[in-house]
Design a protein around this ligand. Structure first.
Ligand SMILES: [Zn+2]
Ligand SMILES: [Zn+2]
Length: 286
């Protein structure tokens, strides 16, 4: 069996970023795949959407990452590209908790391959607040890890179309200046965490985690055709209850699939246990 990295070794992987994401991605992916990561110059990823006044874009998050990767390949003529895209908002299972969903996609035109690494983490400082005085702004700043993490200050929180936006604030003096400016206009200032990777070390770590997920998938080869990215495509519930044997909502099997040849493999009892606790059973423990 060929080693997974042989498809990539010696190639250039263009990374579509203007926010220094190579700092998180390159040190992991270069040794794992034998590629050299290159960031195209004059690549304006902001044209693909920004985070300010962010809404949950989970639905088109992958499409946005794909477009960035495709554009980077068109600009450089390379056939291998990486792009990442983050989305911030309430955690799907715990709405009181903010979370960061990060995708890192690899597209290989030479082998007609697309593999997606991802992570969903509550480790994020994603937050925003409207304040009416400087001490409140400074208290918010301290909560969200300023000045290691950058801030955004927006004037006229009630009239977004007339707002001025100050991004990438990383010094107490710049914060004070922007907040006082906003307060002088309407008595209010909107503060937001700057989620761009270079202003947000916590997000940089999440991007690194998604990159590790991507690498793990790339190194998992299809047992039939040896394509990288043999990936979990379905989890099947129904692990039987230890007492009554009825199916529970716990995972019984995982199905892995190959996007190239369609080969599927079902792994029963992926966590090594063949029975569910009666506490998980709708019959034994209603
Ligand atoms: Zn296959
Ligand atoms: Zn039961």
């Amino acid at each position: 069996m060929t080693h997974p990295s042989q498809r990539f070794a010696g190639r250039v992987a263009v990374l579509a970023t203007m926010h220094e994401k190579e700092k998180a991605i390159a040190p992991l992916i270069e040794p794992a795949l034998g590629v050299t990561v290159q960031v195209p110059t004059n690549f304006n990823t902001d044209a693909f959407g920004t985070f300010t006044r962010d809404i949950d874009r989970a639905g088109n998050q992958l499409e946005a990452a794909r477009r960035k990767a495709e554009t980077a390949m068109e600009l450089t003529g390379q056939t291998l590209a990486l792009a990442s895209e983050g989305s911030f908002g309430p955690h799907p299972a715990f709405p009181y908790l903010s979370c960061d969903r990060e995708l890192v996609v690899l597209i290989d035109r030479q082998h007609e391959l697309e593999v997606i690494g991802q992570v969903l983490t509550p480790e994020t400082n994603y937050s925003h607040k409207v304040v009416t005085n400087l001490p409140a702004a400074q208290a918010f700043a301290q909560q969200v890890g300023f000045p290691q993490h950058g801030l955004v200050v927006i004037t006229r929180p009630e009239a977004p179309s007339e707002a001025e936006i100050f991004k990438g604030i990383t010094s107490p003096a710049a914060l004070e200046k922007a907040v006082q400016h906003a307060l002088a206009i309407t008595g209010k200032a909107q503060l937001e965490t700057d989620m761009r990777a270079l202003y947000n070390p916590t997000r940089m770590q999440a991007i690194a985690q998604a990159t590790q997920d991507l690498i793990a998938k790339l190194l998992r080869l299809c047992p039939r055709c040896e394509s990288p990215g043999f990936d979990l495509i379905e989890t099947v519930p129904g692990l039987p209850c230890e007492w009554c044997g009825l199916p529970t909502a716990e995972v019984r099997s995982q199905v892995y699939g190959c996007q190239k040849c369609g080969h599927r493999q079902t792994i029963d009892f992926p966590e090594g246990k063949e029975k569910a606790s009666p506490a998980e059973c709708a019959y034994c423990n209603p």
